[in-house]
Design a protein around this ligand. Structure first.
Ligand code: GLU
Length: 632
């Protein structure tokens, strides 16, 4: 998920690798490392935690590493804490991985992504005498390549393809083999990787900005392909080890567009990364069709003893808590309270060891959530953290941790971390329900099958974004927006409203639809936009009638409902349809049109305000000139 770079040519590799990694800094990372080779000499590996300048200092800006061929990495930990030992590059040998100096190893590699079946592969390698020094899935992949390389006495390409057939997950790999000086071998599946060529030099990167300064001539490696990279030359192979030819493309993006992967803003890029974030999170919690929370340490006994759940969070994570409340109560029958972390810490809520406090936070560092976690622990409760950053303070201090795998989130308005948290909460709810025998195995299987389909359904919604773009441009003048819904639809409304106000600066409120009539409805006037979330069958008619009350006061109505529910068009002015899924998981789909609405409204609003600013500037200039002319 983070950054890979590589270089082979006639110049010193390390300064180029450091420079290329610095172009990927915007993506966020927790540690970095380099491996550089000088001809046939062993690769020298240097790693450091924290910002890239630590690695640059450790290598005297790259000058301490001599050699014309090398690979580099910035890591966003998914397996194992952000530490020097876990930082990449990883090696096939049995060294400590503490990372400074030449390493006796046949294979050295860096990896982006997740190897889902790494535990099973690690066991196999342990049986064959391999010794592991890190907690990463990456070390397993590197050692697996080494295993095939030696067992079958085959070349690097065949060893890598054999490995690719065995590993499940998403990955981009860059590897160097001791017996192949000046060459880098790369492979990928569902994780990007490009190779740039310029004269007698070759560059490798997981993202375009890393190499734009050096070349614009690139090859995009296809999914499940292997590339053999030597100075100024690349050969491609398919999974059978047969050579395939790939087209050379010219990159026309500027550096800024390249950072955003061609999207106009990071927020839009991250909205599009949601299917992958949800897929990765689900795959880490559901293995071979069964929920596996063993890494969290939540045993069946613990789960059976829970009498009360308190979910504590801030902002969007609190909205995830609101959605999870409905799902957990409905499926598992455990009473759930959802508390704002900033309030929870000052309340004296009676709780004991039978209460489980769940803290949800993307960064794992949210100050109020951390303080709330500490309060909960002082009161003797059991704590579970749902966080995105491995090794963060909340993750370290909670009794149990459930990681989301959304990758680094750059936009201030969260999108993919929210969706990954929601997916994690849904899996947790199903697991609680099954262990407490509130649902049958069959029902669990059905729900897991539905969850597995969510990423594709999310992608389908994203394909129809132009309609929302059009609607947003029509509504960008609106001053007030109300998001209404009941039950789970209310939880979705809360997130839709927050997305709208935090980025478009338009006043918006989320209301439980049935609550609107107790006063707030007096604010609805001609042109007020009322967005009804209508994904729950039982509550549908009630929310529609609340929307009609708004219409009679002049509101413009938009509805979000499931495909095929066309009767809604009799009542509302504009309808957005989303694919059907189990009603418990509707938030994952319904939130996407709302994120897009917030995003496009803000883009339109920014355009309008800059146009308004330009007009007022022109007016000022006009009057200044006019006055100057008239002044004697
Ligand atoms: N899963 C690997 C790790 O935890 C790679 C993470 C990344 O993409 O940076 O080390």
């Amino acid at each position: 998920m983070c950054g890979i770079v590589g270089y082979t040519g006639h110049r010193q590799a390390a300064p180029i690798l450091l420079d290329s990694l610095s172009r990927l800094e915007y993506r966020g990372y927790d540690s970095a490392g380099l491996a550089v080779r000088n001809g046939t000499a062993l690769a020298e590996v240097v790693k450091a935690t924290g910002k890239l300048y630590h690695l640059a200092d450790k290598t005297d800006q790259g000058r301490a590493l001599t050699g014309n061929c090398g690979i580099g990495h910035t890591r966003w930990a998914t397996h194992g804490d952000p530490s020097v030992v876990n930082a990449h590059p990883h090696v096939s040998g049995n060294c400590s991985g503490s990372g400074s100096g030449a390493v006796e190893s046949d294979v050295v590699g860096v990896h982006n992504g997740i190897i889902e079946n790494y535990t099973e592969l690690k066991e196999k390698l342990l049986r064959h005498g391999y010794v592991f020094y890190s907690d990463t899935d990456t070390e397993v992949a590197v050692k697996l390549v080494d295993y095939y390389y030696k067992k079958y006495k085959i070349g690097p390409v065949d060893a890598i393809t054999r490995c690719m057939v065995r590993i499940r997950g998403s990955y981009a790999l860059a590897l160097m083999f001791k017996d192949y000086p000046d060459e880098i071998f790369a492979a990928r599946k569902d994780s990007p990787m490009i190779i740039g060529i310029q004269d007698q030099e070759s560059y490798l990167a997981s993202d375009v900005p890393a190499i734009l300064k050096y070349t614009r001539q690139v090859y995009y490696i296809d999914n499940l392909q292997v590339a053999r990279v030597s100075p100024g030359k690349v050969l491609f192979y398919d999974l059978n080890g047969d050579e395939v030819s790939m087209p050379l493309t010219e990159i026309t993006w500027d550096a800024e567009a390249a950072e955003k992967g061609g999207f106009e803003h990071f927020m839009l890029k991250e909205i599009h990364e949601q299917p992958q974030a949800v897929r990765d999170t689900l795959n880490s919690l559901v293995k071979d069709g069964r929920i596996d929370l063993s890494e969290t340490g939540l045993t069946d006994e613990i789960i059976q003893g829970i009498e009360q759940i308190d979910i504590v969070a801030c902002g969007s994570a609190w909205h995830v808590g609101m959605a999870a409340q409905y799902v957990i109560e409905d499926l598992a029958g455990i009473p759930v309270r959802v508390e704002l972390a900033s309030e929870f810490r000052y309340r004296n809520i009676p709780m004991d060891r039978k209460t489980m406090v769940i803290v949800i936070s993307q960064s794992g560092e949210t100050a109020d959530s951390l303080a709330a976690l500490r309060v909960a622990k002082e009161r003797g409760t059991m704590t579970l953290a749902i966080v995105n950053v491995i090794g963060s303070t909340i993750a370290r201090e909670a009794d149990h941790v459930l990681y989301t795998l959304a990758g680094p989130e750059i936009a201030v308005a969260t999108t993919k971390a929210y969706s990954a948290q929601l997916a994690a909460a849904d899996v947790l709810a199903i697991h609680l329900a099954r262990i407490r025998e509130k649902i049958t195995q069959e029902r669990e299987d059905e729900m897991l099958a539905e969850l597995a389909l969510l990423p594709d359904k999310m992608a389908r919604i994203l394909e129809e974004k132009e309609r929302l773009q059009w609607f947003s441009s029509k509504m960008a003048n609106t001053h007030d927006i109300f998001f209404i819904g009941r039950g789970l639809d209310y939880a979705i409304s809360l997130e839709g409203s927050l997305k709208m106000k935090e980025i478009s600066y338009i006043h918006s409120e989320a209301y439980a639809a049935g609550e609107l009539k107790h006063g707030t409805i007096s604010l609805i006037e001609t042109g007020t936009l009322v967005i009804g979330v209508l994904t729950q069958k039982e509550l549908y008619e009630k929310t529609v009638s609340n929307m009609m009350e708004c219409k009679s006061r002049g509101a413009y109505l938009m509805g979000i409902t499931t495909n095929g529910n066309f009767s809604v068009e009799d009542s509302v002015n504009f309808t957005v349809y989303i694919p059907k899924t189990d009603e418990h998981f509707m938030a994952s789909l319904a939130v996407i049109p709302l994120q897009l609405l917030g995003y496009y409204t803000s883009v339109k609003g920014a355009f309008r305000s800059s146009w308004a600013a330009a007009r007022s500037l022109l007016k000022t200039v006009h009057w200044t000139v006019f006055r100057a002319r008239r002044t004697p």
